[in-house]
Every structure is written in C-alpha cells, then in structure tokens.
Design a protein around this ligand. Structure first.
Ligand code: GLN
Length: 244
C-alpha cells in the first residue's frame, strides 16, 4: 500500500491569521505519527498550483486586504479546484479562506471580493466584528463532539448546507442562525482560528481520513497518544462555557 500523502498550503504567508499554519503542523504530525510519508507544498503568488499533486488543501484566514489579493489569484485555479472538490478533495478553509469559497465577500464599503463560487454561499461585512471564544457541537456518524477555538470576523456568512457544527457559545457564521462553518463533500469551512486543529484532533483526523479516501486508500487510522490535546480541549471548553 502507498503510504504517502501530499498536503498543499495555499498562500501560507498571506492567509495566516492567528497562526492558522499551525493546522498544517498538526496534519503533518498526525499523519507522520501513523507512518505516512508526508510531503507539503506551499503555493505562493505567482507559483503554480498543480491540483493533481494535492491530496488535501489548506486555506487559512486573512485580513480584508489580503483577501482581495488572494481572491484575484485564486480565480486562476477555479476550474481545477472545482473538479477536484467534486471528486472529494479535502479542503480546510478558515475564515477569510472559508469566505472565498462562496460567491462573494462584500466589504464594509459595499465592494464585492469575488469568491471561487464553489459553494452557494455569500458573506457580507456587518457594522461590528464578531470576536471571541467559540464552542460548537459537531455530530457525525451518530457521535457528538465539541469543537473549540476563537473567531474574529466582520463577515456574516449564510448558506443552506450542513454546518460544521451548531453554536454552543460564540457567533458562528453570522450570529443569527446558530450554524458554524460548512461541510460540503471534502470541504470543512469554519470561522474557527486558534489555530483549529491543535485543540481539536478529531477534526484533523477527519481530514486525514478524507485525504486517504481521495487517494483511494483505506482510511483506517490508528489511535494516537493525544491525551494532552484532549485535556487542553476539555479545559478550554469548560472555560468558554463558563464565560458570561
Ligand atoms: N476579512 C474577513 C472578515 O473580517 C476574514 C477575517 C479572518 O480571516 N479572520 O470577515
């Protein structure tokens, strides 16, 4: 069996709010700990994305300024990304990166940053920013789990897809409908920074399993000694839920 995985990081310097690149470190660490040979590729402005070399794509968050730059560059890859996502390519998209998967992000001045239109979803900047710790409930395969982190976004996102989770504490997609993030094919979209994966190892493993399936491989993952990560998760969850 082929034991290799290739993770592609799109614009790591531009989209790296709240250390979003820590998500890549966790994916690599947890895959290597299972004996996979992991190759990471960073795609920067002016370099080429070769989608056939990606088993998983990571898109972090950025300020509005960076989002405008990345939004333009990403349109070059739209067709490639669209067909790969259709075939189940796993994508972790955080905040600004999440917004860019939709139709547009409307800036406070009314201008629209065009998105990739992978998802039927729109985002509009509100008057205030939605900032704070966030805890959500994630249900998958009959299992209920929590996901925790931090959000800071001006954009309010709305869509009709299943969310990543339902809000226990915090604002989520728009502060109104109780949804946080999106699940669509292999896409995990979310407003959760922190970064997301160090404190939520179950989400990291979900992505690694999706990458294995995308490669046509068995997606069974051995258990890891991650008690420390779970202790952090539980302690932060208790803290967030105790906040006024
Ligand atoms: N610029 C976007 C917003 O404020 C995304 C911010 C982010 O990635 N944290 O809504």
């Amino acid at each position: 069996m082929d034991r290799s995985l290739r993770f592609v990081h799109l614009f790591p310097e531009l989209l790296n709010l709240y250390a979003d690149h820590g998500n890549m470190a966790v994916l690599v660490g947890r895959a290597r700990a299972r004996g996979f040979a992991v190759e990471t590729v960073a795609v920067r402005l002016g370099t080429e994305l070769r989608i056939e070399n990606a088993d998983l794509v990571l898109l972090g968050g950025g300020s509005d300024r960076e989002q405008v730059i990345v939004g333009k560059e990403l349109t070059r890859y739209r067709e490639d990304l669209l067909s790969a996502i259709d075939r189940g390519l796993p994508v972790l998209a955080v905040c600004g990166g999440y917004q860019l998967l939709g139709e547009y992000y409307e800036l406070p001045n009314g201008e629209r940053v065009p998105g990739l239109r992978v998802l039927e979803m729109t985002t509009r900047a509100g008057r205030n920013r939605l900032i704070g710790n966030v805890a959500i409930e994630w249900r998958e395969g009959g299992e209920r789990k929590t996901i925790i982190g931090f959000e800071n976004h001006g954009g309010r996102t709305t869509h009709e897809y299943p969310p990543l989770g339902t809000v226990i504490k915090g604002f989520g997609n728009n502060g109104r409908d109780g949804k946080e993030g999106v699940l669509y094919k292999g896409i995990v979209g979310t407003y959760i920074h922190g970064p997301l994966l160090p404190k939520n190892p179950h989400v990291a493993d979900r992505l690694i399993r999706a990458a294995l399936r995308y490669r046509g491989q068995d997606d069974t993952l051995s258990a890891l000694a991650d008690d420390l990560e779970w202790r952090v998760h539980d302690a932060v969850l208790r803290q967030i839920c105790g906040e006024k």
